[in-house]
Design a protein around this ligand. Structure first.
Ligand SMILES: Cc1ncc(COP(=O)(O)O)c(C=O)c1O
Length: 334
């Protein structure tokens, strides 16, 4: 590493002082979230045998898998959970959750503007149409965001009353958009709005990058089901694959049937060698998420697409982010 110039060291000292209170807030949040995870581990008496996984082909009676799903359900305060290595990505997990709970003729409505890019392909808004929700006869609509990047409630009321959606989606994180990610408080307000205007609609949250980024999760406030990736926060930087769906029992079961097959649902799915890293990753998830947030407080996260400014994305630890950004600034500006 090149020696840092005195001027840059002085800037670093200033930044350290400025961000110290916010870093302390994150420390407090990490302790709170770690407490939730730890309590779930203790309540379910996690033991060494749970980490072994099943290699028996079908994966019947995988006690470690069932326990981990019960732990996710406890932490997210939901009736049930599906946590599986067979989910190849966040997109796949979201697709299974939605497709498993929609029938031809029903409508899917995004409350938070146009969906994340890969979800546009799942829905059928991109050129390739084979196997998409729209091709299967599911209708799609969305509510464009207002100028501040928030939900346009006036427009939303019209869309919900017009379309009577079976599922209303809230995308928590901004994806490639320039808006802020939505806070859990905002999601609580959005959920209450949907339940008031369209009581029959289910509320689903795309929680990619959301887990443990606050003290509370959207499922504590009336959200019916929610999904995310283990290759993001919930895997703690340890899980190498997988996704999760949490929510009402019936909705989780419907998704499981879509992931496996009718008659199988949650009952099967060998966990092979994944259980150890799923447990370890979930245990570390509050800490790792806190580290990533601290890194973003120090630097700046942004969409990795033109016009490129100086962005840092994907740092797993605060120290890593700090070193990478300091080196980049030193290289470019000194
Ligand atoms: C909001 C949101 N939804 C869905 C996804 C898709 O996740 P994956 O890249 O694992 O398919 C992402 C990925 O960054 C995301 O930010």
């Amino acid at each position: 590493m090149r020696k840092l110039p005195e001027e840059l060291k002085a800037i670093l000292a200033e930044v350290d002082q400025e961000i110290a209170p916010r870093l302390r807030e994150i420390d407090d949040q990490v302790v709170y979230n770690q407490g939730k995870v730890l309590k779930a581990f203790v309540d379910h008496q996690v033991a060494e045998a749970d980490l072994k996984g099943t290699n028996n082909g079908y994966g019947d009676n995988d006690i470690g898998r069932e326990k981990l799903e019960a732990i996710y359900a406890q932490v997210f305060q939901t009736e049930d959970a599906l946590v599986r290595p067979q989910f190849v990505s966040g997109t796949h997990t979201l697709a299974v959750a939605l497709d498993g709970n929609l029938l031809p003729g029903e409508t899917l409505t995004y409350l938070t503007g146009m969906p994340y890019d890969t979800m546009q392909q799942v829905i059928g808004l991109a050129p390739k149409k084979r196997g998409t929700l729209i091709q299967k006869g599911i209708n799609f609509s969305y509510v464009p965001l207002n100028e501040e990047g928030g939900v346009d409630y006036e427009e939303a009321e019209k869309v919900l009353k017009r379309d009577q959606p079976h599922i209303v989606v809230i995308q928590r994180s901004r994806g490639y958009d320039t808006r802020q990610s939505y806070t859990v408080d905002q999601i609580k307000e959005m959920t209450a709005f949907v339940k008031k205007v369209s009581p029959e609609s289910l509320v689903f949250v795309d929680n990619c990058y959301g887990e443990f980024s606050e003290k509370h999760e959207p499922t504590e406030y009336g959200v019916d089901f929610m999904a995310g990736s283990l290759i993001k926060n919930a895997g703690g930087g340890i899980a190498q694959t997988g996704g999760y769906i949490v929510g009402k029992e019936e909705l989780v079961e419907n998704a499981a049937i879509r992931l496996t097959a009718p008659g199988i649902g949650k009952e099967e799915g060998a966990t092979l060698t994944n259980m150890h890293e799923f447990y370890e990753g979930f245990f570390l998830a509050p800490h790792t998420t806190g580290e990533a947030i601290k890194g973003m407080i120090f630097s700046a996260d942004g969409p990795i697409r033109p016009p490129y400014a100086l962005y840092m994305q994907g740092g797993l630890t605060y120290a890593h982010d700090r070193i990478a950004i300091t080196n980049a600034v030193n290289h470019l500006f000194f």
